[in-house]
Ligand binder design. Structure first.
Ligand code: NAD
Length: 296
């Protein structure tokens, strides 16, 4: 069992750290929010009062932070994790951040003789609690092999996506596609309504035809055809608009840097920006069907 420092104990990091404790690892916990640290101490962790205090003495450091700036300052900032861990340690950043920052921080770790992977997740708070997250991992073969047993305590599907930053690349490509496909699915249902075509009939046909996609068959944006989808509970998330918008903006940023054309991704970003600005940040992203119906 490993000595692990866990930094960032929010909605995702809290339950992920609990699963590491359940698997028998020793966890030193740090968050700017003291109540989050106390919660984890009650579950068996020890409290640390800085990233550096958590990291010194740890064999592995896991972080789950809001954005690239936090990851950069916690890991690569002066007196941060990379300055504090022993050579040969392993760092696993599970936050969703921009590809460029992920690659920059991993290069700093590499220079210091520390293995590091970017390992963003899919599966949300439910997956974090159940230990069934999907991890998309970027880093060297050696770093991935070392991270695997730690990630297995928090997730079910773990894919090595390639070199440093490729976990983030996989995450934003997937979520950009999801944003686009959800808007397309919503448009199809909104058009069906105008044409007098029943939701269930469109679902029965489209879910078995060439329009079939996850947004239709697993996360259907109208109530009825898929009882577990957020449409059946007034679009409570699920996956909130603010989260989708964050990932779409990361895709735009990466595409601009890489010179990739993403016209549909840009359109999806604009539509989710409008929906977000209408006060819908906390609504599930499939709720955008309301805007497409012109009902808000
Ligand atoms: P959150 O806001 O609930 O948690 C972030 C935590 O980081 C907070 O507790 C905050 O106090 C802490 N923090 C911020 N700066 C810090 C610092 N410098 N040092 C120590 N702690 C610091 O966010 P979350 O929902 O847990 O999401 C975390 C990451 O996971 C984000 O990158 C998000 O995009 C990604 N993600 C979230 C979900 C989800 O459903 N919530 C799903 C997939 C991926």
């Amino acid at each position: 069992m490993a000595k692990i420092a866990f930094i960032g104990l929010g909605n995702m990091g809290g339950p992920m750290a609990r699963n590491l404790l359940k698997a028998g690892h020793a966890v030193a916990a740090f968050d700017l929010n003291k109540a989050a640290v106390e919660g984890l101490v009650a579950a068996g962790a020890t409290a640390a009062d800085s990233p550096s205090a958590a990291a010194s003495g740890a064999e592995v450091v896991v972080s789950m932070l809001p954005a690239g700036a936090h990851v950069k300052s916690v890991h690569a900032g002066e007196g941060g994790v990379i300055d504090s861990v022993a050579k040969g340690s392993l760092l696993i950043d599970c936050s969703t951040i921009d590809v460029a920052t992920a690659r920059e921080v991993i290069a700093v770790a590499d220079k210091a003789g520390v293995d590091m992977v970017d390992a963003p997740v899919s599966g949300g708070v439910g997956g974090a609690e159940a230990g069934t997250l999907t991890f998309m991992v970027g880093g060297s073969d050696q770093a991935f092999a070392r991270a695997l047993p730690i990630l297995e305590a928090m997730g079910k599907t773990i894919v090595h996506a390639g070199g440093p930053g490729n976990g983030q690349a996989a995450k934003i490509c997937n979520n950009m596609l999801l944003g686009i496909s959800m808007i397309g699915t919503c448009e199809a249902f909104a058009l069906a309504e105008k044409l007098g075509l029943d939701h269930q009939k469109l679902f029965d046909i489209s879910s078995k035809s060439s329009g079939q996609c996850w947004s239709m068959t697993t996360y259907c944006p109208v109530p009825g055809p898929v009882p577990t989808s957020p449409a059946n509970r007034d679009y409570q998330p699920g996956f909130a608009v603010a989260m989708m918008l964050k990932d779409l903006k990361l895709a735009q940023e990466a595409a601009a840097k890489a010179g990739a054309a993403i016209p549909m991704g840009n359109q999806a970003t604009s539509l989710y920006t409008l929906f977000d600005a209408a006060g819908k940040s906390g609504v599930d992203f499939s709720g955008i069907i309301e805007m497409l119906r012109g009902k808000m």
